[in-house]
Design a binder for this molecule. Structure first.
Ligand code: PLP
Length: 377
């Protein structure tokens, strides 16, 4: 049997035709497709402004860059890809890792409050992660931010298309920035939209949007002087975090299938939950949550054995994630004694099962039966 990965891109013939077409056009980068993609993506996630960038990590860097005062602390979750905390360090900030809520696997608002009581005015902002596709508790976090005068970033790399029905039956979409100041997405092939590499920053603040657009391309402003029309200027330091027209064309082609693909992921998730709940801990998703299932994470005390057993059958399950503060860079740079109880308990028990739109029923049945056999043996 062919290996079954935990995640995989879905590129159609139409996607390929669209990319070939842009290759014949005048623009491979800095052309019209970038703005078109930004407009469509902003609409898809219900955000006022979007800036497309070269990766999710570049997006996080620019998002934090626009909000953080160097030297200040930022509260975040340890259960995420390392780029979340790295972006704070890039900008001269200090990550403060707080525990997750075991029910949502997102940052725990009570733990955030505790960190604020302990660190007081040194904390300037919060980066929450809508983990696996479960929207982070942005309403509660917004209240905390308003109380303490903090900014709020949603790392929505797992969560395009996710939403939460909040107070007054208002739908808060991941990345819409009604509660967060800025949100960030990734278009790495294992994420919902595959662009090779790619990312987007959304915001409701026009000033942040203008800054993201400028800093994505070196911080350049055009037409600095009317007497020298060729002149550009740089007033603050930016980067080359641009994305190509080739990637944005693929992105638009993929975006058209976002909801269809999420529905496919939700069907796969429902089957796993139905077939596996008696053996392992499956995700618990309340009715007011639309989970976009970038990952389907089970938990079991026999994680190591199950991991080995599934890999021996070429089912490439994965562990997401080692708590960020356990990585050597962080251990050696101030986090030697950091420990979050729920995060570590989760890390010792979690396993991401294969979930992607093209996973066939036969493949999923093989995964399900392999797990059932493992526990019944
Ligand atoms: C994938 C991911 C990123 C980084 O995105 P890239 O596009 O790979 O740079 C950041 N945060 C989270 C939670 C992610 O899953």
């Amino acid at each position: 049997m062919k290996p079954i990965p935990y995640g995989k891109q879905f590129v159609t013939d139409t996607d390929i035709e669209n990319v070939v077409e842009v290759l014949h056009s005048d623009w491979l980068t800095q052309g019209p497709k970038v703005g078109e993609f930004e407009k469509q993506f902003a609409e898809a996630v219900h955000a006022p402004f979007a800036t497309a960038v070269s990766s999710g990590t570049a997006g996080l860097h620019l998002a934090v860059d626009g909000l953080l005062t160097p030297g200040k602390k930022v509260v975040t979750t340890p259960i995420t890809f390392a780029a979340t905390a790295n972006s704070i360090v890039y900008c001269g900030g200090i990550p403060v890792f707080v525990d997750i809520d075991p029910a949502t696997l997102c940052i725990c608002p009570t733990s955030v409050r505790q960190a604020l009581e302990e660190n007081g005015s040194e904390i300037e902002g919060i980066i929450a992660v809508s983990f696996a596709g479960y929207p982070a508790p942005l309403g509660e976090l917004r209240e905390i931010c308003d109380e303490y005068g903090l900014w709020l970033i949603e790392d929505a790399c797992h969560a395009p298309g996710a939403w939460r029905l909040g107070e007054g039956n208002v739908k808060n979409y991941s990345g819409d920035c009604t509660l967060a100041d800025v949100s960030v997405f990734s278009f790495h092939p294992v994420k919902h939209i595959a662009m090779g590499e790619g990312g987007a920053i959304t915001t409701r603040h026009r000033k942040q949007y203008v800054r993201h657009q400028r800093k994505r391309s070196h911080g350049i402003t055009a037409n600095a002087r009317s007497d020298e029309p060729w002149r550009y200027d740089i007033r603050d330091l930016g980067y080359n975090y641009r994305i190509t027209d080739i990637q944005c064309t693929l992105g638009m082609s993929q975006l058209a299938r976002l909801h269809e693909n999420i529905a496919a992921r939700q069907r796969i998730a429902a089957t796993y939950t139905e077939e596996l709940s008696q053996f392992v801990q499956c995700p618990q998703v309340p009715d007011n949550i639309n989970h976009s299932y970038h990952l389907y994470v089970i938990q079991t005390d026999r994680r190591r054995e199950l991991y080995d057993s599934l890999h021996s059958r070429n089912i490439r399950v994965q562990v997401h994630y080692v708590p960020t503060y356990c990585l050597t860079y962080y251990r050696q740079n101030g986090y030697r004694d950091t420990s979050c109880f729920e995060a570590e308990k989760y890390y010792s028990r979690c396993l991401s099962l294969p979930i992607f739109p093209t996973l066939t029923q036969n493949q999923q049945q093989f995964v399900v039966e392999s797990i059932q056999e493992f526990f019944e043996a």
